[in-house]
Design a protein around this ligand. Structure first.
Ligand code: 3HC
Length: 285
């Protein structure tokens, strides 16, 4: 087992597209045990069947042997709802990949601080929420954030931003909160590299590097949806047009990246893109 990155086992919270992808690359590339937890048993079932499907595809394409695929699958265990996040007690790092909701994330990180060992690295896969705000909640109740204990507890929080689809996309953006220690950053970096990713480091600014650069493409509205997407695909070799992509992602809430009126109106109309079938385009699946 590779433990060069000092992470001997990882916990993943959230078995959606992102969490499942993160669990898969951790098991397959970093080759470490993965504990997967989601409050929805249905979501876990879907996640595990996606893992099976992706591993089977790699076997059928000759990239993995049956044995390698089975070993990777066997490294993933599920923590049931009766145990909850207490099941992460023995891992060296947890990666939170739940929906983009600040108060949900704050309550999760506060539970992490209460339930897990003080040296466990606490990573978040957020694409749009301040890591510093999340880190501020990773402090045991009643502890002053400016005390040595408070600073130490928050110093193990880091942003570990994977891209969708995780097994395919080669980048992980690492984000340092104001409180993050150098050691946390380096261990998280080593883990991402062991998981087969290239790493860039961003400051804790709205959108980090990736979405800060992406959002202007989505927001400009200078032509028809097809012409904007075709311009970026054929003129700049983007694999997917930005408006196609916009139908699958969530943006940041910072005023510098205020959504265009059209985007606001689409949300008012409850057209959420791929999520419910209508956005810049229509989706039948
Ligand atoms: N999960 C895992 N693998 C997937 C997948 C998924 N959801 N979707 C596609 N793939 C794999 C396919 O299995 C295939 O693998 P193979 O080479 O082993 O057969 C490979 O990707 C290529 O798939 P296809 O040939 O079917 O289709 P495409 O050529 O259209 O490629 C794509 C699919 C790679 C997803 C391509 O459309 C693409 O690069 N899209 C842009 C993705 C992107 O920009 N992601 C970033 C989103 S922003 C983000 O995540 C940040 C967030 O914070 C907002």
């Amino acid at each position: 087992m590779s433990i060069a990155h000092g992470i001997r086992a990882v916990g993943v919270l959230g078995a959606g597209q992102m969490g499942t992808g993160i669990a898969l690359v951790s098991a397959l590339r970093a080759k470490i045990p993965v504990l997967l937890h989601d409050r929805s048993a249905e979501q876990v079932k879907k996640g595990l069947s996606l893992v099976d499907k992706l591993l089977a595809k790699d076997v059928s394409k000759g990239r993995l042997t049956n044995e390698q695929a089975n070993e990777a699958k066997d490294r993933i265990s599920v923590i049931g709802p009766e145990t909850g996040i207490k099941g992460f007690r023995d891992v060296d790092m947890v990666i939170e990949a739940v929906s983009e909701n600040l108060s949900l994330k704050q309550s999760i990180f506060s539970s992490f601080a209460a339930e897990l060992r003080p040296e466990t690295i606490l990573a978040t896969n957020t694409s749009s929420i301040s890591i510093t705000k999340i880190a501020a909640s990773a402090i045991p109740n009643g502890v002053n954030p400016a005390s040595d204990e408070g600073k130490k507890s928050a110093s193990r929080v880091v942003g570990l931003h994977f891209f969708n689809p995780v097994p395919v996309m080669k980048l992980v953006e690492l984000i340092s909160a104001l409180q993050t220690s150098e050691e946390t950053l380096e261990r998280a970096r080593a883990f991402a590299i062991a998981s087969g990713k290239e790493v860039t480091v961003s400051k804790d600014v709205p959108g980090f590097v990736s979405n800060a650069l992406l959002i202007p493409f989505i927001n400009e509205g200078t032509a028809t949806r097809e012409d904007i997407d075709t311009t970026l695909k054929l003129g700049m070799n983007h694999p997917m047009g930005p408006l196609q992509l916009a139908n699958s992602i969530r943006g940041t809430r910072d005023s510098k990246y205020r959504p265009s009126i059209l985007l606001e109106r689409m949300v008012d109309a409850q057209w959420y893109g791929r999520k419910n079938g209508k956005g810049f385009y229509e989706y039948k699946d």
